[in-house]
Design a protein around this ligand. Structure first.
Ligand code: SF4
Length: 424
C-alpha cells in the first residue's frame, strides 16, 4: 500500500509582500524589536496580543490535553486570533523550533493538525530555527537579519533588566515603563534607518539606556523582598503563560528579576559544545556555536560595562553563571531548560535574589526534573534560599498560584531586617 505524504501550504518568497506573519507574544520588550527587525528584512509582521480565557479554551479544543501547556497556549492564541480576523487568505503563522530533543521541536506539527481541525488548514506555517528544519521555507535567516535580531535581544535584555530593577521603587508611578517604551521606540526608529546594529552604536545606545534609568527618581528607603523568576522559557517570560506573574509580584510590593534571553541562547550554543564533548556529536555545529558564543559574549560585555557605570549591580557574565550548575547538575542534562534552570537559580541566589519562583508548565517533564528535582540540593548548599515551584496548567487557578506565592513572600519579608534600605 502506498503511503500518502501530506503536502502542507508553504510560505514562499513571493508571499513576503502580500502576507502578514503572525507571531506569538512572549517577552515584554524584545518582541517589538524582533518585529521591527523582520519588517526591515522585507516581511510584514504582527505580534499577537490576544489573551484571556478564550485562548486556553481554543487550545484545549484543538490540542490533546496532555500536551505541554506552552504549546496549548501558543496554538490557542493562534486559533483565537484567526477566529477574529477577515484577512485569513493573507496570513502566515510563525513558530519557533529549538531543534533539540525536547517536544518544542514538534510544536509545528501539532499546530498544523490543530489548524486542519479548526478549518484553517490552508494557512501556511513557517518555522524560525537555527537548524534549517524547514529547508524550503520563504523565511531565511540572513546575516543582516541575525545582526538585527541579536542587537534587538541585547537592547531588550538591558531594558528588561533595568526596568525590573527600578519599577518597584519609582517615585512617579509608571516612570520606568515610560522610559522603557521610549527606548523601544527609539531603537525601532534606528532600525528603520538601518542603524543601531553596529558595534559603536550598540555601545552608545546601551550606555545611554543605562544612564537614563540611573537618573530615575527612586525611593530606596525601604527594602523589599527580591524575587527571581526562573522556569521553562515560555511560562517564565510570557504574561499569558504565567498569569501576569511579574505584575502580581510588583503589586505585592516585591522587586522582581527575570534572567535575560541571552542566558537561553548561550545555553543552546554551549549545548552544541557539550554534545561534542560528552556524546561525540557534530564537530561543525560545535565550531559554529563557538563562533556564536564569541559574538554574543562581546555584546554581553558591552551590556555589563554600561550597567557597571551606574548605581545598579549588573547581571553576571554567562560564562560564570553556567559554571554555577557544576556539582548540582551536569552540563550533559540539556532537555528543556536543563542545566540552565539550575545555573540561573544559583546565580539569582548569588546576586541577592534568594527568593525564587520556579515556573513549571504542565506536561514538562524535563523542567520538573531540572527545576523541582534540584531544589533539595540547592537548599542544602544555600539553606537561606526560599524557593517555590508553581505549576501552570489549564486547570490551575490563579488564586491558588497567588496564595502559594504570598506564602513565599511572607517568609521573605520575615528575613528583611527592620529599617533595612533597598539595594539596587
Ligand atoms: S521544555 Fe517542557 S514545555 Fe517546553 S517543549 Fe519541552 S517538555 Fe514541553
Amino acid at each position: 500500500m502506498e503511503s500518502e505524504v501530506r503536502e502542507y501550504p508553504k510560505f514562499v518568497s513571493s508571499m513576503r509582500k502580500t502576507h502578514t506573519i503572525l507571531i506569538p507574544s512572549m517577552l515584554p520588550f524584545h518582541m517589538a524589536l524582533f518585529e521591527k527587525a523582520l519588517i526591515e528584512s522585507g516581511y510584514r509582521v504582527e505580534v499577537m496580543k490576544n489573551e484571556g480565557h478564550e485562548v486556553v479554551e481554543e487550545g484545549l479544543k484543538y490540542v490533546h490535553n496532555d500536551t505541554c501547556y506552552p504549546a496549548l497556549l501558543v496554538i490557542g492564541q493562534f486559533i483565537d486570533n484567526l477566529n477574529h480576523r477577515n484577512d485569513l487568505d493573507h496570513l502566515v503563522l510563525l513558530i519557533t523550533q529549538t531543534g533539540g530533543g525536547c517536544r518544542a521541536s514538534n510544536y509545528i506539527h501539532l499546530l498544523r493538525k490543530a489548524l486542519d481541525k479548526a478549518g484553517y488548514g490552508f494557512i501556511p506555517v513557517v518555522s524560525l530555527n537555527a537548524s534549517n528544519l524547514e529547508k524550503d521555507s520563504g523565511l531565511r535567516l540572513t546575516y543582516p537579519l541575525i545582526k538585527q535580531i541579536v542587537a534587538a535581544m541585547t537592547y531588550g535584555d538591558e531594558i528588561m533588566y533595568l526596568y525590573n530593577k527600578t519599577r518597584s521603587y519609582e517615585k512617579e508611578a509608571g516612570a520606568a515603563k515610560k522610559l522603557a517604551d521610549f527606548w523601544i521606540a527609539q531603537i525601532g526608529k534606528q532600525f528603520e534607518r538601518h542603524q543601531g546594529t553596529g558595534a559603536r552604536s550598540i555601545r552608545k545606545n546601551l550606555k545611554n539606556i543605562a544612564q537614563s534609568f540611573d537618573q530615575l527618581d527612586l525611593d530606596l528607603s525601604q527594602a523589599k523582598p527580591k524575587v527571581g523568576v526562573v522556569g521553562e522559557i515560555y511560562v517564565k517570560y510570557a504574561a499569558l503563560g504565567n498569569n501576569h506573574l511579574e505584575d502580581f509580584l510588583v503589586s505585592e510590593n516585591a522587586e522582581v528579576m527575570v534572567p535575560g534571553l541571552y542566558g537561553f541562547i548561550l545555553y543552546c550554543l554551549y549545548n552544541s559544545i557539550y554534545d561534542h564533548q560528552y556524546y561525540g556529536r557534530g564537530l561543525l555545529k560545535k565550531w559554529i556555536s563557538s563562533f556564536g558564543i564569541k559574538y554574543l559574549r562581546r555584546r554581553e560585555k558591552w551590556m555589563i560595562h554600561s550597567i557597571e557605570k551606574t548605581r545598579f549591580t549588573p547581571m553576571k557574565y554567562f560564562s560564570h553563571t553556567k559554571d554555577l550548575s557544576e556539582g548540582v547538575l551536569s552540563h550533559g542534562t540539556k532537555m528543556g531548560e536543563g542545566w540552565l534552570l539550575t545555573a540561573e537559580m544559583m546565580e539569582l541566589i548569588e546576586i541577592g535574589y534568594g527568593n525564587i519562583i520556579c515556573t513549571q508548565p504542565f506536561g514538562c517533564l524535563p523542567n520538573h526534573i531540572c527545576g523541582k528535582g534540584v531544589m533539595k540540593k540547592i537548599k542544602s548548599l544555600h539553606p537561606d534560599a526560599n524557593i517555590v515551584a508553581i505549576d501552570y496548567d489549564p486547570s490551575a487557578t490563579k488564586v491558588n498560584q497567588e496564595n502559594r506565592i504570598k506564602l513565599m513572600l511572607a517568609i521573605a519579608r520575615e528575613k528583611i531586617k527592620e529599617g533595612e534600605k533597598a539595594k539596587l
